[in-house]
Design a protein around this ligand. Structure first.
Ligand code: SF4
Ligand code: SF4
Length: 296
């Protein structure tokens, strides 16, 4: 499989080899490649460690470890009091227009070069090659541009099939991102939404490294971790996330999975749904319809 990111182009294998050489982990993020090497280049590792350790001590002094743990673990006990939310992405419906990515950027003031949600274009070729492309996170749509234009010459064949896969935070039930946070800044709400307390976050980037889906980044404007919140500020007012509202194909469905009569509950009951990287056991609340086995 080949992944095309923003130029300069580099094959997925080449990229992983380079990262292995550099001893770095890799993430595909919003059509950009983010490595822990980048993260550590941006911040001195010793400084990161010192900030994390110092902050842990002062935060535990402030709140007590019990408080930190309670915030991470308490949500499920309270959950019965209100709705539990879920999100479904129907890859069979996505047309790759990028409206969701643009709506998210506008709604959440997402800085240039980053995405809270992004769209990947998968294209399959007769020789078995698969190309994954997400220029600018798919914000400008994909139009008629086939990735074959950017293919190595020897693979210059017409694609046999293709589809789009929108991605966002999976709001996992088993959350590596929460578990690694040294100051308890990442937590889950009683509705099952994974959030970041911007006041607590020290920007150490541990959660960015821990998320196996590339969903998090360090916001250069705030120097804190950031990601999709399912538009928590909207859903707590009875609205749907901005990306759901903007999608003209209804490929994104959000709602209460604790209400058996909700649209999302009906969809979940009547379709074969999958999750990304199920083998990791993070148990995502973001589910997919029509997910191809080639999807990363
Ligand atoms: S997708 Fe990543 S950031 Fe989102 S809840 Fe799962 S591990 Fe955490
Ligand atoms: S929930 Fe909101 S922030 Fe997250 S991807 Fe959807 S629109 Fe963007």
């Amino acid at each position: 499989m080949t992944t095309l990111w923003n130029k300069p182009e580099i094959s997925r294998r080449e990229f992983f080899e380079k990262c292995a050489e550099a001893g770095a982990k890799t993430f595909v993020f919003g059509g950009l490649v983010v490595t822990t090497a980048n993260l550590l280049l941006a911040q001195d590792p010793e400084d990161v460690r010192a900030r994390a350790e110092g902050a842990v001590e002062s935060r535990l002094h402030d709140t007590g470890l019990g408080d930190v743990r309670a915030r991470a673990e308490g949500a499920p006990k309270e959950a019965a009091k209100g709705p539990i939310y879920g999100f479904v992405v129907d890859t069979m419906k996505c047309i790759g227009c990028g409206s969701c990515v643009r709506a998210c950027r506008d709604e959440n003031n997402v800085p240039d070069g980053f995405c809270r949600t992004w769209v990947e274009q998968y294209t399959f070729f007769p020789n078995g090659e698969v190309i994954v492309n997400s220029p600018s996170g798919g914000a400008d749509g994909f139009g008629e541009d086939l990735p074959s234009r950017n293919m190595p010459e020897e693979l210059g064949q017409l694609p046999v099939r293709g589809f789009f896969v929108p991605k966002l935070c999976n709001h996992c039930i088993n959350t590596p991102c929460i578990q690694v946070c040294p100051v308890g800044a990442s937590y889950v709400t009683r509705e099952g939404v994974v959030l970041i307390d911007q006041e607590r976050c020290i920007g150490c980037g541990y959660c960015v490294q821990a998320c196996p889906f590339g969903s998090r980044y360090i916001n250069p404007q705030t120097n804190t971790a950031d990601k999709c919140t399912w538009c928590y500020h909207r859903i707590t007012k009875g609205m749907v996330p901005a990306c759901v509202q903007a999608c003209p194909a209804k490929a994104r469905i959000f709602g209460s999975v604790s209400d058996p009569n909700s649209e999302i509950s009906q969809i979940l009951a009547n379709n074969r749904v999958q999750v990304l990287k199920s083998y990791l056991g993070t148990n995502p609340r973001t589910r997919y319809i029509g997910l191809d086995s080639e999807v990363m």
